[in-house]
Design a protein around this ligand. Structure first.
Ligand SMILES: NC(=O)c1ccc[n+]([C@@H]2O[C@H](COP(=O)([O-])OP(=O)(O)OC[C@H]3O[C@@H](n4cnc5c(N)ncnc54)[C@H](OP(=O)(O)O)[C@@H]3O)[C@@H](O)[C@H]2O)c1
Length: 281
């Protein structure tokens, strides 16, 4: 028989402080919900908009109304493509929390068009948020991450990339070339950070979703024929659901994931492995 230390806490996040960018909706909100339900003491979500139907405030209210949670959510508005706003965000967390156990750079931007039609501004926006912003956010958060991590229980950086970072998903009319390039960079940023920060008790991993219905994905899902058609071309015959993100995020953030470093996990039902006529992803 093996003796496991605290087996019942293997997938728990009790006492943990997490920051999730793009936490007001979509995959970021799924992640925030999962972290609180797994016992996190504080989940900080950030996005640009505070008010309105999709803003941070309504998300924080919903998170804090989750039944049975012991922790709480707070929202801080920040544009995480902007270095000054990243610095201000991290300063606020330093003052209120003093440490950061889990950092999830999740906010992302995309662009779909013919190659010839993509404006320069689309490339700047995508690279600033999906690559440079992630690099800077991790860099500025380093003292807080180091304050939280231990050899046995390192602090975690979990970058939300995309299967677009490992395949060539869309060219032609609805091309997403720079998005795909930015996500490949996000994957490789994760590997570099794993080696750079591992000795400082910080692990870095990448989660690469396939299609999950969300505001960001809605336009492309429609252009590719809608959910039904994409369900049919997926080996699992469906798109992603919130629980798919919850599971992988809690795994990587919890004691169960403490020795995983520099890995990327695709969460796409296997769609990235299909090609040509078999898949639209
Ligand atoms: N959904 C999918 O099918 C899919 C597939 C593969 C990868 N992904 C990746 O998953 C991540 C989340 O996507 P999603 O589908 O959940 O998108 P979403 O529902 O559109 O949510 C995006 C979130 O990011 C925030 N955001 C956008 N720009 C920001 C900025 N500059 N600074 C701070 N926050 C910002 C948005 O709030 P504000 O607008 O208020 O800022 C929102 O909270 C992205 O990195 C995306 O590339 C998604």
């Amino acid at each position: 028989m093996s003796q496991f230390q605290d087996f019942n806490k293997l997938f728990r996040l009790d006492g943990k402080v997490a920051l999730i960018t793009g936490g007001s909706r979509g995959l970021g909100l799924h992640t925030a919900t999962a972290f609180l339900q797994a016992g996190a003491s504080r989940v900080i979500i950030t996005a640009r908009k505070a008010g309105g139907e999709h803003g941070i405030d309504q998300a924080v209210a919903k998170l804090n109304a989750l039944p049975g949670i012991s922790g709480s959510a707070v929202g801080i508005a920040a544009n995480v493509a902007n270095t000054n706003e990243i610095i201000a965000l991290v300063e606020k967390i330093k003052k209120t929390e003093g440490k950061l156990d889990i950092l999830v750079p999740n906010a992302g931007a995309t662009w779909g068009s013919k190659f010839e039609d993509a404006p320069d501004a689309s490339s700047v926006k995508i690279l600033d948020l999906n690559v440079r912003g992630v690099f800077t956010l991790v860099q500025k958060s380093l003292p807080l991450l180091e304050a939280a991590g231990t050899r046995r229980d390192p602090s975690r950086v979990i970058i939300v990339s995309s299967t677009a970072g490992v395949n060539v998903p869309h060219v032609g009319e609805n091309g997403t070339i720079m998005y795909s390039v930015s996500k490949a960079a996000a994957h490789h940023l994760g590997r570099n950070l794993a080696v750079e920060l591992g000795p400082r008790n910080i692990t870095t991993n990448v989660v690469a979703p396939g299609f999950f219905p969300s505001k960001l994905a809605a336009g492309l899902i429609e252009k590719l024929g809608g959910e039904e058609e994409l369900n049919a071309s997926n080996p699992r015959k469906r798109l992603g659901i919130p629980e798919d993100i919850a599971g992988v995020m809690v795994y990587l953030a919890s004691p169960a994931g403490s020795y995983i470093n520099g890995e990327d996990i695709s969460v796409d039902g296997g769609a990235r492995l299909c090609s040509g006529a078999h898949s639209k992803l």
